[in-house]
Design a binder for this molecule. Structure first.
Ligand SMILES: [Zn+2]
Length: 234
């Protein structure tokens, strides 16, 4: 929820959008935290906190807020002409308002039919579908190598984890991995499939992941440092 009504924060409209209000029954005082994944600053306000207190707090912290916002990675607006990196391949988004073909890719161009205001949602749906096709195929290949069975691949948009796996072979993966380099996404899929061999993170588990994708250090470090940036889109 934008808190543009707090006039105390005298900066651009974009900054207002990036200061998000959360009302909390458990919070005892007004506080601020940086949410890199969402590319915003969250202002936590206790349920019964008077408006004037919040306004004063924001005024006092204005300098800090402005500084934090400036250091956040920019949010990516998706519209005609925007660039997107799909599994490491640079693509350009092209609006095609008269076409009735949904979303399709030709080389490095992703065409999106329909009204411009629906572009982000349509693109997201398409990315999810692409993720399902590509990641399912990878999961099947890894599973065949390990002689295990993947029974389902579900695509989600979780912030806390990139993937998970149940004992009966149900994989859950973040569709946002489509926005990461190919070897990073492949590592996550391999990691989850490898859990069908070992439901833990023991050295023997890591050796199995390594046997599937080779280097595992680079993707792990990449996700730690850049994972949050995958949440800047859409
Ligand atoms: Zn794991």
């Amino acid at each position: 929820m934008p808190i543009a009504r707090h006039a105390a924060l005298e900066s651009s409209d974009d900054d207002h959008e990036r200061l998000v209000l959360e009302v909390s029954a458990r919070a005892r005082r007004v506080s601020l935290r940086v949410d890199v994944a969402r590319g915003c600053i969250v202002l936590v306000r206790p349920t019964r906190c008077p408006e004037t207190l919040v306004t004063r707090f924001v005024t006092e912290k204005r300098e800090w807020i402005t500084k934090q916002l400036a250091s956040l990675p920019p949010r990516m607006a998706l519209s005609h002409g925007s660039e997107l990196s799909l599994l490491g391949e640079r693509c350009i988004i092209s609006e095609h308002s008269t076409a009735k073909r949904g979303v399709w890719r030709e080389g490095s161009t992703i065409y999106v039919s329909g009204a411009p205001e629906h572009l982000p949602r349509r693109l997201k749906d398409w990315l999810k579908a692409e993720a399902r096709t590509i990641f399912s195929a990878w999961a099947r290949d890894f599973a065949a190598t390990l002689n295990v069975r993947v029974t389902r691949v579900a695509l989600r948009d979780t912030r806390s984890r990139w993937g998970s796996c149940t004992r009966d072979g149900k994989l859950s993966l973040s569709w946002r991995l489509m926005l990461a380099p190919r070897e990073i996404a492949a590592y996550v899929v391999a990691h989850e499939v490898a859990h069908l061999k070992h439901m833990n993170h023991s050295p023997v588990f890591w050796r199995v992941v390594e046997s599937l994708v080779g280097n595992i250090k680079t993707p792990r470090v990449w996700l730690r440092h850049h994972g949050a940036s995958l949440h800047r889109y859409i």
